[in-house]
Design a protein around this ligand. Structure first.
Ligand code: ADP
Ligand code: MG
Length: 695
């Protein structure tokens, strides 16, 4: 797109969106599709056939030969199986065909996707079914149809099905609340999400020379260079031409795919960047974020770059996260987390806020579990943004409002009015408090909550399923209570005060990095689930299983299966990392330092024969020799320990955490010291300063 005035034309040009459907479908079919989106009415076959035909035509005109049901198995990435639009047409000829039943339902052999044991009891085949609420789009000559993925007996095998269920659920409960406040119009409440995506860009040639990056997505070795982010010159810094070219290409590719990519900037660490789209409904946001991650990698490749989405590609510099901005809005465009200007709006806002606070407090352990996986362990609980303890930041103004409601005290506006805060009176809450607390894992930012613990590489589905369901639960409790009330105004005030009082421990406006917070949080009884191994078992805590089963989001089997998948994933990731370390130590590091030490010794001998001093050669070869012995020993220990991983999923995870992680840390520490001693032309792969400062 060389001409920027063409943006409106470019935007969504690869999407079979509502405007295209309106244009290409009969009125009856278009309306049937609309109804299936708004009311969930199933499409009849005739309509499906018409939509399929129109979709195919549209795709073929744009050069497509294939279609795929595009789905999100529990691996957290997307899956696709391409099928050609081809049918024999007699006389040895073929024609392009795509039927309504192919659009609506596909079959897939599910046996190679992790299922956490679900298919031990159920059939191995799964089916995919079109999600008509998410538009089809074209990716590299293939029409991609967003679908859900289920087993034949209906178990969800993917990350989309439970997300859609949770959106329905929170909508239903939120509408009940709105009715209590006299809203008779709103039909649906939509969970809205805007995920900010952080990433690193490095040079492809350098990347290719690092086995750890290629195999695990992060560096397993690397001494800290003389400079990383100390100068604070990268954050919002001028964007370098090569990065700018990448970002432009990324924007245009995303716009064509209907993703509203909005902001781009440099992040805190060298070669770290961020992209944020404009928020949309949670389902679309989740689909599009999967697409964003995929497109980032592909576009980077075109620019001879590699996009790293790992949470911690480099030790010692900031890692990458994904800020999951979440709110609830009505189908009429009202944001339910926007503080109001009338007493009734205030009361509704405070009730919603109370529900959120109560929910996060009661299910903090589950929320923590939704962001628990090995990559994120390097961020959460590792003295980096944000801490592993979940708390909510409200900001000074809203914090003071909540306080004064709890204590029935007066609220003083900064050198202005003194207010007696009830739900009737509320001071203005700044839309966007710029001194917002960057250390908080869950921050109120004017009209939404920003969940900052989500990892940069993970699907945002799990965290949003949790937020939606938790909110649905609390709103349900409130609606049950208030619908039965004889005196709504009075009981509403009481309820808000009661909930704020009972759950105030989860509110924390201080510095989340401070060591004193850990103590304070403990005295408040908050969870401090430092690692994945601590957090994952919360998936199957009875109160959490009960919540999701009660709300029809997961069956008991589904949630257990998902926990199992996460346990296994932890062990797989750790074993792959440890094996890659062993490989690099044995095949690259030890041979290199051995050559280096031998050359130093030879040089020392030569100098000795000439009667010249050789302090550097002698001291360094001795030190390198000692360290390589230690590294060899550490490597052998790791190999031995890798052979002893227990079979049971939970024991394996705990064992990896307690044995393999320290083994890796030990080996890394020795190797990194060796790196600092070894001459550059002997060291077998690019070092941190090459990787971080080469673009
Ligand atoms: P930052 O947190 O970096 O200051 P922004 O204010 O631009 O960023 O918001 C970040 C993200 O939050 C964007 O994706 C934006 O679209 C999204 N966002 C804004 N308002 C809402 C909302 N009401 N609900 C959900 N996401 C929202
Ligand atoms: Mg943000």
């Amino acid at each position: 797109m060389s001409n920027p005035t063409k943006l409106p034309e470019l935007f969504g040009s690869r999407v079979f969106n509502e405007a295209t459907m309106k244009e290409r479908l009969s009125t009856a079919s278009y309306q049937a599709w609309k109804r299936s989106v708004t009311d969930g009415t199933p499409l009849d076959l005739a309509t499906a056939n018409e939509i399929a035909e129109a979709m195919k035509q549209w795709a073929v005109e744009r050069g497509c030969t294939h279609y795929t049901h595009w789905f999100q198995p529990t691996t957290g990435v997307t899956a696709e199986k391409h099928e050609a639009f081809i049918t024999p047409a007699g006389e040895g000829k073929a024609m392009m065909e795509f039927s309504g039943s192919e659009l609506v339902r596909g079959e897939s052999d599910a046996s190679s996707f992790p299922s956490g044991g679900l298919r031990a009891t159920f059939e191995a085949r799964g089916y995919t079914a079109w999600d008509p609420t998410s538009f089809a789009f074209i990716k590299e000559g293939t029409l991609c149809i967003p679908t859900i993925f289920c087993s034949y007996s209906g178990e969800a095998l993917d990350k989309k099905t439970p997300l859609l269920r949770s959106m329905e659920d929170v909508s239903r409960q939120a509408v009940r609340i709105l009715r209590l406040f006299g809203d008779t119009q709103t039909k649906r409440v939509v969970a809205q999400v805007g995920p900010e995506q952080e990433y690193f860009l490095i040079d492809k040639d350098l990347y290719n020379r690092r086995k750890d990056l290629r195999v695990t997505g992060r560096t397993l070795f690397g001494a800290k260079p003389s400079r990383t982010q100390e100068l604070d010159d990268h954050y919002y810094g001028a964007i370098k031409p090569r990065v700018a070219a990448f970002m432009k290409d990324l924007d245009e590719t995303l716009w064509a795919l209907g993703v509203c990519s909005k902001t781009k900037h440099n992040e805190a660490a060298p070669s770290q960047h961020e992209m944020a789209p404009i928020y949309t409904d949670a389902n679309t946001a989740c689909d599009q974020n999967q697409l964003v991650m995929e497109v980032m990698k592909k576009v980077a490749d075109r620019h001879n770059l590699v996009c790293l989405l790992h949470e911690k590609p480099f030790a010692g510099v900031n890692g990458s996260g994904k800020h999951d901005n979440w709110s609830l809005g009505t189908d009429r465009g009202e944001n339910l987390f926007r503080p109001g200007s009338t007493p009734s709006q205030n009361a509704q806002f405070l009730l919603l806020l109370a529900a959120f606070i109560k929910g996060v407090d009661e299910y903090q352990d589950f929320l923590r579990a939704t962001v628990a996986f090995p990559g994120n362990d390097h961020r959460l609980g590792a003295l980096e943004a944000p801490p592993a303890i979940i708390s909510i930041f409200l900001g000074d103004e809203l914090g003071a409002v909540v306080d004064s409601i709890i204590h029935g005290t007066e609220y003083k506006e900064a050198n202005k009015r003194t207010l007696k805060i009830g739900v009737d009176v509320m001071p203005p809450i700044p839309q966007d408090n710029t001194d917002r607390n960057r250390t908080s894992p869950m921050a109120f930012t004017g009209n939404k909550f920003e969940f900052r613990m989500v990892g940069s590489s993970q699907s945002i589905s799990g965290p949003n399923i949790a937020l939606n369901t938790i909110m649905a639960e609390e709103l349900k409790q409130f609606a049950d209570e208030l619908e039965a009330s004889q005196n709504f105004q009075e009981d509403l005030q009481k309820l808000i005060k009661r909930v704020f009082t009972e759950h105030q421990r989860i509110i924390f406006n201080g510095n989340g990095y401070d060591a004193s917070w850990v103590k304070e949080a403990e005295s408040r009884g908050l969870c401090n689930l430092i690692s994945t191994v601590d957090a994952l078992p919360m998936y199957t805590a009875p109160k959490n299983v009960d919540l999701f089963v009660r709300h029809g989001i997961y069956t008991q089997e589904e949630i257990k299966a998902r926990a199992e998948i996460h346990f296994e994933n932890y062990t797989s990731v750790l074993s792959i990392e440890a094996r890659t370390m062993v490989d690099m130590i044995r095949h690259e590091i030890l041979p290199a330092v051995s050559r280096f030490a031998a050359d130093l010794c030879a040089q020392a001998d030569r100098k000795d024969a000439q009667g010249v001093s050789h302090k550097y050669e002698t001291a360094t070869s001795r030190e390198v020799g000692k360290l390589s012995d230690s590294l060899f020993a550490a490597c052998e220990k790791m190999e031995k320990d890798l052979k002893a991983i227990p079979a049971d999923a939970v024991s394996a995870m705990v064992y990896c955490h307690e044995t393999i992680v320290p083994d890796m840390a030990q080996a890394r520490q020795i190797a990194d010291t060796l790196e600092t001693l070894t001459a550059s032309d002997y060291w077998p792969f690019p070092v941190y300063s090459d990787l971080m400062f080469s673009i």
